[in-house]
Design a protein around this ligand. Structure first.
Ligand code: BGC
Length: 245
């Protein structure tokens, strides 16, 4: 079976058809700039352009960088505030004329990593953390997702963890890999004291550079980089679209 996975991010909206049995992309990804301002209508138009690019008629899954319950967006830490209360699944469904499943971006990246990547075959508790513009989280126990955990917003040192250890903070504050790695370590240490996971998977663009900062992450829980890199969101979105049909 093939489903179209679409990954909505702050700078780009990327999509590709995915063979859901293998997690392979079956065509080259299409990437369009995220419209600015990224209002619901403007984003829905861009999603529809990605769907049209592939002449797609089958099921569609979409990531969204916020809390999403039953297709409705409930928060907007890093997206246009007009999203709050928007039924994204219905909006994208109307705009594309297809069934669209919409879920949190980190949850879907985690679903892909558990199925085909760094979490494959790990049966206990796994926490995937994405270190991008924001910090996203996905919590699994025995392979089952507990959605919308929002662990990027725990308080650390008197501030939102996302303001302390995200990939954006590293760039904005020009932190060295070692210094930033220590911050990531402090953040993961706070999480391991609360959750006692068996494994942390670190995703987001920086997972490619894990050799630079992982040596500075000094915690008791095993930590591995994500393996699907840029495609995790697309693959996870396609998997959830397949599960919903
Ligand atoms: C949002 C999460 C999202 C994460 C990564 C956070 O600011 O609250 O919902 O998963 O950023 O995009």
């Amino acid at each position: 079976m093939q489903c179209l996975g679409i990954d909505i991010g702050g700078s780009g909206i990327k999509g590709a058809p995915v063979a859901t049995a293998t997690g392979e992309l079956t065509a080259e990804r299409e990437r369009l700039e995220t419209p600015q301002p990224a209002t619901p209508d403007a984003v829905a138009d861009t999603v529809a352009r990605v769907v049209d690019h592939f002449d797609w008629e089958g099921p569609i899954g979409c990531t969204f960088p916020a809390v999403v319950r039953s297709g409705v967006v409930h928060t907007a830490a890093n997206v246009d505030k007009t999203w709050i209360g928007t039924d994204a699944a219905t909006l994208f469904g109307q705009r594309t004329g297809r069934d669209v499943v919409v879920m949190n971006d980190a949850d879907l990246a985690g679903v892909a990593e558990m199925q085909f990547g760094a979490g494959k075959g790990v049966d206990g508790q796994v926490v995937m953390i994405t270190l991008g513009t924001g910090i996203g989280s996905a919590l699994f126990y025995r392979g089952v997702l507990v959605p919308n955990t929002e662990l990027g917003h725990i308080q650390l040192d008197g501030r939102d963890a996302e303001e302390f250890a995200s990939g954006r903070v590293r760039e904005d504050d020009d932190l060295g890999w070692k210094e930033w790695g220590k911050r990531v370590g402090a953040y993961l240490h706070a999480l391991e004291d609360l959750l006692w996971p068996d494994l942390f998977i670190l995703g987001g663009g920086v997972s490619k550079k894990s050799d630079k900062f992982l040596p500075s992450v000094d915690i008791r829980t095993p930590v591995v980089p994500a393996t699907l890199l840029n495609n995790a969101g697309i693959v996870g979105a396609a998997l959830m679209a397949a599960a919903a049909t």
